[in-house]
Design a protein around this ligand. Structure first.
Ligand SMILES: NC(=O)c1ccc[n+]([C@@H]2O[C@H](COP(=O)([O-])OP(=O)(O)OC[C@H]3O[C@@H](n4cnc5c(N)ncnc54)[C@H](O)[C@@H]3O)[C@@H](O)[C@H]2O)c1
Length: 311
């Protein structure tokens, strides 16, 4: 299969591209290097992919540039490109709306025009709001502009499914971690602080818990969904075991061999309290099963932070 991956230069997109090629698919990648974080980090994410046969890259902005030529030869699309991260979404709603809503609408239009076989649209547990502990029928009550734009994008996808014959599925990821994690994300910041001997900042009491998804489980589940999900349906893709922020710091500090110094700050608005993925629908439909638990996953991420300093 030839698969278009939008947001290929990002944390998850670059890993997904590698996973698809390892599974004998061709990958066409698109990214505009939105300066949410440093372009050099995203270029490094692409290093391995650029060496692989069966990979082509197009630098373009989905909000403004035509993608018909890129999408036409593809059998399927995984649409990851978006402005992620909820903190900044309070400060730049325009950027979040345009990337997450307008960008998605333009991908959907192009899928319709080119009769693309299948679209896997990537959404987030943030659409559920403060508590993300139930199944896909749980109330949708986002509490950040990020969550609101991602929910709007889901609704757009469903309108194209029902009114424009686009064959699409929606995956709601639960906070993803592992090698290449985005520089604004908690485990990335904790690991770098431990390596620098700096204090770790924790927002709130540190008891908030996450059933984080190790990136390899996430990309494996995405490929399974591409091949086996039911059109028009929505699936949670998460990790199995929940872990609190303080427990995660304990594992990372143990990997670093240091006693962490923690500075507590007031909880941030929009932060989720508990996420515990109910992924039973994905398990039933396409055998999704997370394989990497938090202890092994956090140690793998910390090892990546150590290794990249040695390069
Ligand atoms: N990382 C997580 O924990 C997590 C959790 C839930 C959902 N998600 C979703 O997964 C997807 C990928 O997240 P990530 O953590 O890899 O983020 P990322 O920022 O590392 O990757 C997203 C990529 O999309 C690109 N992009 C954004 N707008 C674009 C546009 N208009 N045109 C072309 N490219 C554009 C960016 O340049 C970036 O490289 C997002 O849709 C996000 O909402 C991520």
């Amino acid at each position: 299969m030839k698969v278009l991956v939008t947001g290929i230069a990002g944390f998850i997109g670059s890993r997904l591209g590698e996973h698809l090629i390892a599974n004998h698919h061709e990958v066409v990648g698109v990214d505009s290097f939105v300066p949410y974080y440093d372009r050099t980090v995203k270029e490094r994410n692409l290093d391995r992919l650029r060496e692989l046969p069966g990979f082509a890259f197009h630098e373009l902005d989905l909000r403004t540039e035509g993608i018909d030529d890129v999408i036409a030869p593809c059998d399927a699309v995984v649409h990851l490109a978006a402005m992620p991260g909820l903190t900044k979404s309070w400060a730049d709603v325009d950027l979040y709306s345009s990337c997450n809503i307008v960008g998605t609408a333009r991908v959907l239009d192009a899928c319709e025009r080119n009769q693309t076989g299948r679209l896997v649209h990537i959404s987030t547990s943030s659409v559920y709001g403060r508590m993300a502990t139930g199944d896909e029928t749980s109330p949708l009550q986002p509490i950040s502009p990020y969550g609101v734009t991602k929910l709007a994008a889901e609704h757009l996808v469903q309108s194209y499914v029902s009114e424009r014959s686009v064959e699409a599925v929606v995956l709601r990821y639960y906070s993803v971690y592992g090698p290449r994690q985005r520089p604004d994300m908690a485990y990335h910041l904790f690991s770098e602080a431990l390596l620098d001997g700096d204090p770790i900042t924790v927002y709130g009491d540190g008891q908030q818990s996450r059933s984080n998804t190790f990136v390899d489980d996430c990309v494996h589940g995405t490929l399974q969904a591409l091949l086996g999900a039911t059109p028009g349906e929505t699936y949670n893709i998460g990790g199995g075991e929940a872990i609190s922020v303080l427990e995660a710091i304990e594992v990372l500090a143990d990997a670093a061999g240091v006693d962490p110094v923690i500075e507590f700050k007031e909880a941030r608005s929009g932060d989720q309290r508990i996420t515990k993925a109910d992924f039973s629908k994905a398990a039933r439909t396409f055998d999704y099963e997370p394989r990497v638990g938090p202890d092994a996953g956090l140690r793998a991420q910390f090892a990546w932070h150590q290794q990249r300093r040695q390069r």
